[in-house]
Design a protein around this ligand. Structure first.
Ligand SMILES: Cc1ncc(COP(=O)(O)O)c(C=O)c1O
Length: 436
């Protein structure tokens, strides 16, 4: 066990759950072996506490660092802002520049609010939408953070959130009175959505959904959701915290020409510096003035400056196009490997966030062994890859060579019935679980 693994054992005694983010728990990757802590990160390179070096072919700062870690230009802009004072009694002017830029990128919108994280921004969006529609009930699809409004869904049925990215989320601590205030629908299931709306027609004031995540974007479904939402006078929120800046500069809905009333962006917007935004049409956004939404650090300068610089680089270097090209190349490379070794593994996800869907027996065992073997070869790897601008073709090709070797070994072990003998520690978790 190295320093990183030892520190994580201590962390679990000091921090309930070990870390602030479920997706950064080592149990989600490789229990007892994952290098949970880093000393340095640059481009796609990461150094752990034992100075071991890795290339990150996994989730790149949980989808934040779309330009790569510690991007020089973003860092320079941030450092200049720090030198000029990152906080004051007065507001920083960059929040207006960013609002103007976000509205230019999403011309259907007129007003913007900010927060620091995606979950907070979703809470803001839902509050504004409820204030506007004057109806409490929220229909949702996808993952939208840790807020009471979202977890409340599991009060009525503890399986409600299981089909929405993270299974096992417990609504403990969420007021029981919120039961039935948030109801899920399934991505792509138009009839199911229609039924849900029919059953709750007079109560639903908010529809919030991810535009796409695992499956191909269901354009007709999105159009239908928009049409029905409008017909019942509810507010449509697209949560693009994860899909924003993956397919185009800003929200992916722009590619399909289907606009929401409110858009939520986060993660990649600041390339690793905390910033999220709620962008919307004037009428709806003005409802923010009838309720109280206010927080000190939402005014802090760094996030705005980082976002402005990130957008500048996206536009100048056509980053989104590059991400898609890299994602396509990677997907094809992996599909070729799976075909060669007759492995039942499909590729899903957004083109620039390719995801392996393991359809073999004991998929979590397979996933754990893949991560374990890739780690030995110097790669942080899991079944999802957040492609970044810093992933050069040289790195991708090196990854594909090593992945080929590892998947061949896994395929051989599967044939010999010795797969589990390869495990050098416990199997990874797939969702939320209480830690020992
Ligand atoms: C679509 C979506 N919404 C909201 C969130 C929550 O964002 P955060 O973790 O920054 O609070 C996430 C995070 O993964 C997300 O993917």
């Amino acid at each position: 066990m190295g320093k990183s693994q030892e520190l994580y054992q201590q962390a679990k005694q000091l921090i309930p759950g070990g870390t602030q983010l479920l997706s950064k728990r080592s149990e989600m990757f490789l229990p007892d072996q994952w290098p949970s802590y880093y000393k340095k990160a640059k481009g796609v390179e990461v150094w752990d506490l034992d100075d071991r070096h890795y290339d990150d072919m996994s989730i790149m700062g949980v989808g934040t660092c779309v330009l790569g870690y510690a991007n020089d230009e973003v860092n320079q802009a941030v450092m200049a802002a720090i030198a000029e004072g990152n906080m004051s009694t007065l507001n920083c002017y960059e929040e207006i520049q960013l609002a103007q830029k976000l509205i230019t990128l999403h011309p259907w919108a007129q007003m913007v609010r900010y927060a620091k994280s995606g979950g907070e921004a979703c809470m803001i969006a839902v509050r504004i939408a409820r204030a506007f529609s004057k109806k409490d009930k929220v229909a949702f699809c996808g993952y939208h953070g840790w807020g009471d409004w979202y977890l409340a869904s599991n009060l009525a049925d503890d399986k409600n959130l299981d089909g929405q990215l993270l299974p096992g989320l417990e609504p403990c601590g969420v007021p029981a009175g919120l039961a039935h205030s948030a109801v899920p629908f399934v991505y792509g299931d138009t009839e199911g959505f229609q039924r849900l709306i029919e059953e709750n027609k007079n109560e639903i004031g908010v529809v919030i959904m991810e535009v796409g995540r695992h499956q191909k974007v269901a354009v007709e479904f999105l159009k239908k959701v928009k049409e029905i939402t409008k017909a019942i006078g509810a507010v449509l929120i697209f949560d693009e915290v994860s899909s924003g800046f993956r397919v185009t500069t800003g929200g992916m809905h722009m590619v399909y020409g289907i606009n929401p009333d409110i858009l939520v962006l986060g993660k990649a917007l600041g390339n690793g510096y905390p910033i999220s935004s709620v962008i919307g049409i004037r009428d709806v956004m003005q409802a923010a003035q009838r309720t109280f939404i206010s927080s000190t650090y939402w005014t802090e300068r760094i996030g705005f400056v980082a976002a402005l610089e990130t957008i500048k680089i996206f536009e100048r270097d056509q980053v989104a196009k590059k991400l898609m090209e890299t994602g396509e190349y990677l997907t094809q490379g992996l599909l070729d490997i799976f075909k060669k070794y007759s492995l039942k593994i499909d590729m899903a996800g957004l083109v620039s966030v390719p995801m392996m869907v393991i359809r073999l027996e004991k998929p979590l065992v397979v996933k754990t062994i893949f991560t374990q073997e890739m780690l030995k070869e110097g790669f942080l790897a899991t079944t999802t890859i957040y492609v970044s601008y810093a992933h050069t073709m040289a790195i991708i090709d090196r990854y594909l060579v090593v992945a080929n070797k590892v998947w061949r070994r896994i395929a051989d072990a599967l044939k010999a019935g010795t797969l589990e003998d390869m495990l050098e520690g416990p199997v990874c978790h797939s969702g939320f679980k209480r830690l020992a």
